[in-house]
Design a binder for this molecule. Structure first.
Ligand code: FAQ
Length: 333
């Protein structure tokens, strides 16, 4: 159901006696990767490359649709019609990103049902960041500024990732994420020009979201299980730590313009490195969250499972309609 792949990628038919031919395919694949070229859905690819992409793209897709929940929580409470319309559009965009990404994963020979089953059973990961609660309206601005800001920093290099369908999906996603980041920053600028209470709300939200945003980039390079291989395959173009540093460097300046402080006493400019130094990350917290024990993991997953179950009639109706159309087309032929 819903599979976009027109057929099963070639490597699945090439098991057993055709090892020699696979070696030739492997050489062609390596040469294309080394030349910075793209691999397309119907090209031969090593099984491990395919599996890595299915893992990363599906986790990314899950993050987008789970990521709709913390902000969706505030649509009915947006303070003005303009902010409500912006937030509705943003949350809808995140749903769209999930759809492009599931479609990109499906080109690798997996079905959307399988991917969603992995999310619903807790087998598949989604981004740690979406397991934190949205307590005030300022959280909506801070998600746009910091969470979408971190997402863009991580996703721009993915526009040049070696797998064509993923890279192309990322181009459109990054354009939309850029609007998301700006609307968040604009919301915060407005609040910072308001009352003391509003400024305090912004500062409180920044204090709660800063460290989880820094964790979004994943473990230190030395602890990252997939980085070395993914970089060799041209999936990962910039390492977790380098992206995190780029994000910190850009964000400190934006915080100054906004007039908020960042909750890190060790944050200071290092002229020798030409970067901001920052404090130690609480990796225990990160590990707890990705193991399913963060503040909102249970709520997020149960909301997704409920949405899937409540939507069963839509999927059944769509299938029945498609079958009817196919039967009509056959009868007319
Ligand atoms: N959360 O070896 P690495 C968004 C896992 S989209 C949870 O370094 P890798 C838009 C990792 O999966 C946000 N798990 O892994 C939005 C692996 O576990 P596994 C999502 C994490 O893949 C905004 C293990 O740790 N973006 O925000 C996290 O090479 C606002 C070892 O890590 C993407 O998915 C984490 N933060 O690098 C939506 C971008 N970090 O699979 C709504 C695409 C690491 O072996 C509202 N993904 N892990 O069980 C990537 O770029 C990469 O997958 C990384 C991780 C960089 C996230």
């Amino acid at each position: 159901m819903y599979t976009q792949a027109l057929d099963i990628p070639q490597q699945n038919q090439d098991k057993g006696p055709r090892v020699v031919e696979n070696a030739q395919y492997q050489a062609e694949f390596d040469a294309r990767i080394d030349a910075g070229g793209y691999i397309e859905a119907k090209d031969w690819m090593p099984e491990a490359y395919r599996k890595t992409l299915v893992r990363q793209i599906s986790q990314h897709a899950h993050s987008e649709i789970v990521g709709m929940l913390p902000e969706g929580n505030w649509i009915t409470r947006a303070p003005t019609l303009k902010r409500k319309a912006i937030l509705l559009a943003k949350v809808q965009d995140e749903g769209g990103h999930g759809l492009y990404l599931y479609a990109a994963a499906e080109t690798l020979g997996v079905s959307r049902d399988e991917l969603l089953e992995a999310l619903h059973s807790g087998k598949a990961k989604y981004s740690s960041i979406f397991n934190y609660p949205t307590l005030t309206w300022a959280d909506i601005g801070v998600i746009g500024w910091l969470v979408d800001g971190a997402a863009i920093m991580n996703q721009i290099p993915l526009c040049k990732c070696s797998y064509g369908p993923y890279a192309r999906a990322m181009v459109r996603i990054c354009k939309e994420e850029s609007f998301h980041q700006r609307q968040g920053y604009d919301l915060l600028l407005t609040m910072m020009q308001g009352t003391d209470e509003q400024r305090e709300m912004v500062q409180d939200a920044v204090n709660r979201w800063w460290w989880p945003s820094i964790m979004m980039f994943g473990p230190h390079d030395s602890e990252s299980t997939h980085s070395e291989q993914s970089s060799r395959w041209g999936i990962k173009r910039i390492s977790n730590d380098d992206l995190r540093q780029k994000f910190v460097d850009a964000t400190v300046e934006q915080a100054k313009v906004l007039g908020v402080s960042l909750p890190d006493p060790d944050l200071k400019w290092n002229a020798e490195r030409g970067h901001y130094d920052f404090g130690a990350i609480d990796w225990d917290e990160f590990r707890t969250v990705i193991a399913g024990h963060g503040q909102c993991n249970v709520d997020r997953l149960s909301a997704r499972v409920k949405a899937w179950e409540d939507g069963a009639w839509v999927r059944e109706a769509a299938l029945a309609y498609a079958e009817k159309q196919a039967a009509r087309a056959k009868a007319a032929a």
